[in-house]
Design a protein around this ligand. Structure first.
Ligand code: F6P
Length: 404
């Protein structure tokens, strides 16, 4: 029998879809077992300052019913605070005091790699806690709530942008969140039928991008009866150049976890294409043939970058993320009761709760570039010469296949 009577729920890192479902999943499942859950507000900053709070919000039936699982963001609030970086030698004692003050026996903490590293840290300091994977970046080993919602939003934005791109015959570069990996750019870009997808895992050769753009976009405009065409590039914010250097804007600064804020990849891609368009004598020919040429005013097609930023992780949660969030929240409660502190919920499939040590779950997962070759065979450009899809066959016997 577990002695857990009260669970604290924390959400941490960048917000995203599905988090409210995690909170509800924890609260309702715990309630069904006669356990109370409470909100520890604003991520680890709130955990650190818990001891100074007058009261905590109980996630009782009435309060939980006010939380909309289908809305993105988190009712529990977020911060990007890493406990080990707080300049206080008594951080962990202070946290334990706060937990004692409110009789909180254990924690469910939802977040990404940084958040997970703090789960490992807390567990090693004797605080019982379970990690629910959350990040729109999809860079953890297991699926993370929020990924599906973000991918769907990216796909919708990129698809919708085609109407304006087509009206102005513009080449559009859409820079999307995703940190150091290209999962969201890849999945969202494919979902939108983007022409070109640039991800950090593949160093970009801009001559290849330019050639693909010229063949695709010029062909489209030429063939169109109304001389209309666009070309859509989805670029991951963590893009690297051919020498492997990241292309972010230094002036963006760092976040509270100490990571560089990434911005500027879209601008860089635009500049690379503009440079080539200006130096290519065939471009003027193309502009003339398609009736677009206006000397001194409109001599090359326009390239524009669009940065949806936080729009890709706000608003609504996908149905998949609500499902996953509920299941992962409930699974976390059961893992806590089982004494599996320092573990991450991987999935609940049937009646099986899959889990793994959080220290393993937070190891960075990159896009498997072997799979990219499949999309290259379908005509999408990834900024390199298309490679052959080297496939293998593997029979599955009931094992779990990753959703994204
Ligand atoms: O880690 C999630 C994420 O959305 C990244 O893709 C992005 O780089 C970052 O958060 C933005 O963080 P913030 O909201 O703190 O600016």
């Amino acid at each position: 029998m577990s002695s857990i009577k009260r669970i604290g729920v924390i959400t941490s890192g960048g917000d995203c879809g599905g988090l409210n479902a995690v909170i509800k999943g924890v609260a309702r499942y715990a309630y069904s077992l006669g356990i109370e859950s409470v909100v520890i507000p604003n991520g680890y900053a709130g955990l650190y300052n818990l001891v100074d709070l007058d009261k905590v919000v109980s996630l009782n039936a009435e309060r939980v019913s006010k939380i909309e699982a289908s809305l993105a963001g988190s009712e529990a609030g977020h911060s990007r605070v890493k406990l080990s970086k707080i300049k206080d030698p008594n951080t962990y004692e202070r946290i334990k005091e706060g937990l004692r003050k409110f009789a909180i026996d254990a924690l469910v903490i939802s977040g990404g790699d940084d958040t997970g590293s703090v789960v490992v840290d807390l567990a090693s300091h004797g605080v019982p806690c379970i990690h629910v994977p959350k990040t729109m970046d999809l860079d953890l080993q297991p699926y993370s709530v929020g990924g599906d919602s973000a991918v769907n939003r990216i796909a919708t934005f990129a698809r919708d942008l085609k109407t304006t791109g087509l009206s102005h015959n513009r080449i559009l570069v859409i820079e999307v969140f995703g940190r150091y990996v290209g999962h969201t750019a890849l999945r969202g870009g494919v979902g939108a039928e983007a022409d070109c997808i640039l991800i950090p895992e593949i160093p970009v050769d801009f001559d290849v991008v330019y050639e693909h753009m010229k063949a695709t976009y010029f062909g489209r405009v030429m063939r169109s009866d109304v001389k209309a065409g666009t070309y859509i590039i989805v670029v991951a914010e963590g893009l690297k150049n051919a020498s492997g250097e990241m292309l972010y804007d230094e002036s963006a600064g760092v976040d509270a976890f100490g990571h560089k804020k990434l911005a500027g990849a879209g601008k860089y891609v635009r500049q690379q294409l503009e440079k080539r368009l200006k130096n290519d004598p065939e471009v003027i020919e193309f502009m003339k043939k398609t009736g677009m040429y206006a000397p001194g005013v409109y001599e090359i097609p326009e390239v524009r970058e669009v940065t949806p930023g936080h729009l890709v992780r706000c608003g609504g949660s996908s149905a998949f993320d609500v499902n996953f969030g509920y299941k992962a929240g409930a699974g976390a409660v059961l893992l806590l009761l089982e004494g599996k502190t320092g573990n991450t919920v991987v999935n609940v499939d049937g009646n099986k709760i899959y889990h793994m040590p959080t220290s393993e779950a937070i190891k960075r997962r990159e896009v498997d570039v072997k799979e990219v070759a499949l999309f290259e065979s379908l005509g999408i450009c990834f900024g390199r010469r298309p490679q052959r899809f080297e496939h293998e066959f593997s029979e599955v016997n009931g094992s779990i296949i990753r959703h994204l």
